[in-house]
Design a protein around this ligand. Structure first.
Ligand code: HEM
Length: 464
């Protein structure tokens, strides 16, 4: 009886304490003119609920509080915006004080000169330096020939094999970018570089706890190794006196490039290029293969587009810039894949001062999560939104989608868009013209918190 009374007592005490803590946290944040919403537990906020429920968490909150509400996730008071118009407003107004709000772990690992970490004039300069490397002229003359050569060899030995297309597209995205950075050295350094790079990626979305064996710790170590490797690469390239028409050349030899970067900026820019184009390009490519497999009509139309291009060429002829630009249906397939798979869930900003948005006052230092995922499935923006329908992009005009944030928006809109599209399009070109494929059963796909196949996405490939 005494034990029973004690248990009831402890249980009641915990209930009262929990209610008091939740209430206290709510009252603490009840400043005037904040958007509606709940803040959850002190420190922990509602992170656990968000990670457990995934996209349903956001949808439930929207039902209760509308499309602009407050919460507390990943250690920060956060405003979640699910309204397409407001999302656009937030993305185009960096100059009013809405700067990138990526987690500290990401900034520590990608370096203090990486584009997402810098603002104002420094951002403009670093972005200019990057754009000079991946401009349309560079894509046409320098990047596309290398992409073509790489993709041919990357997919060349897949006939009659069962492959994990997730693994292959990850390697593809990393190695293709590495080839652009250091054309001749990429083959010899890739084996040493790749494991460290994969560790680095894992740590960018981890808690910044620097204890042995945490993802964050391993990622920081991986960054150190990568920095040593890149410094050596630069020194050896300079010492050799050779020129190779690759990104390293443009970064080292300032007469080729009006943007002059010091060693630290150069290394952070190289890591940014590898990192930014890695998960986006690999996952979009994998999901395009998945959707094309499941939608034979779209695959047939895509094959036709690429067969037309091949018809005009000898087998050894590479695809050129005009070919790439003519791939309208391919581009529509890539956009539709990014939309439906929600490769990018959202974009993070933070306020640099108290700011009035949508009639509310958002305090300085709060995060704003421009949560674009649900816009992708909004029936007012996309008819029958859960269907894979690349044709919808051709009907409206490929670039005429005001509320599509697949590549972000405003001054931070993805500078690597055309480079990434050229890589995915070239991969699809060689893959669909050479092979047919079927899925080997048992592949599981997760769409949240990131799009991935936890056990791989296995397909049986054979020559057409
Ligand atoms: C399908 C492929 C890609 C997708 C879906 C994608 C998506 C995005 C999105 C949504 C943003 C906006 C982030 C923000 O506003 O905070 C962004 C920015 C960025 N992307 Fe991409 N990206 C892709 C490929 C690439 C590639 C290949 C590169 C390589 C150079 C790249 C480099 C960057 C950089 C450096 C930024 C930051 C720009 C800035 O802050 O000014 N992206 N990307």
């Amino acid at each position: 009886m005494a034990v029973f009374s004690l248990t009831v007592g402890i249980f009641s005490g915990l209930c009262i304490l929990s209610t008091a803590l939740l209430r206290w946290n709510q009252v603490r944040h009840r400043k005037k003119r904040l958007p509606p919403g709940t803040m959850g537990w002190p420190v922990l906020g509602e992170t656990n609920e968000f990670l457990k429920q995934g996209p349903a968490f956001m949808r439930n909150k929207r039902t209760r509080h509308g499309s602009f509400f407050k919460s507390h996730i990943f250690g920060c008071p956060t405003i979640i915006s699910m309204d397409p118009e407001l999302n656009r407003y937030i993305l185009v107004n960096e100059s009013k004080g809405l700067v990138p709000g990526y987690p500290q772990s990401m900034l520590d690992i990608l370096g203090k000169c990486n584009i997402a970490a810098v603002h104002g004039g420094t951002h403009k300069y670093m972005r200019g330096a990057l754009l000079a490397l991946i401009s349309p002229t560079m894509i046409k003359d320098q990047l596309l020939p290398k992409i073509d050569d790489f993709m041919r060899s990357h997919i060349s030995k897949w006939d009659n094999k069962i492959i994990d297309i997730q693994q292959k597209t990850k390697e593809m995205a990393f190695l293709s970018s590495l080839r652009q950075i250091a054309s001749v050295e990429s083959v010899s350094i890739s084996q040493e570089f790749m494991p460290d790079f994969f560790k680095l990626v894992l740590g960018t979305l981890s808690l910044p706890i620097n204890l042995p064996n945490t993802n964050y710790y391993l990622s920081i170590q991986a960054r150190k190794n990568i920095t040593i490797l890149l410094r050596k690469l630069v020194e050896e390239r300079i010492a050799s006196g050779e020129t190779h028409h690759d990104m390293l050349d443009y970064l080292i030899y300032s007469e080729k490039n009006k943007y002059k970067l010091n060693d630290e900026e150069m290394i952070d820019l190289i890591i940014t290029i590898l990192y930014s184009g890695y998960e986006t390009v690999s996952t979009t490519s994998m999901m395009a293969i998945k959707y094309l497999h499941d939608h034979p009509k779209a695959l047939e139309k895509l094959r036709k587009e690429h067969a037309e291009i091949r018809k005009k060429k000898r087998p050894e002829d590479p695809i050129d810039y005009d070919d790439y630009k003519s791939m309208c249906f391919t581009r529509a397939v890539i956009y539709e894949t990014s939309r439906l798979a929600a490769i990018v869930n959202g974009i993070l900003r933070k306020t640099t001062k108290d700011m009035e948005i949508n009639g509310y006052v958002i305090p300085k230092g709060w995060r704003i999560y421009v949560y674009t995922r649900e816009n992708n499935y909004d029936p007012c923006l996309y008819a029958d939104p859960h269907a894979f329908n690349p044709w919808r992009w051709l009907e409206k005009g490929l670039e005429n989608q005001n509320y599509s944030f697949i590549f972000g928006g405003g001054t931070r809109q993805c500078p690597g868009k055309e480079f990434g599209l050229a890589e995915i399009s070239t991969f699809l070109h060689y893959f669909v013209t050479r092979y047919k494929w079927e899925e080997v059963g048992g592949n599981k796909l997760m769409k949240f918190p990131r799009v991935e196949a936890p056990n791989g996405l296995h397909i049986r490939v054979s020559t057409q």
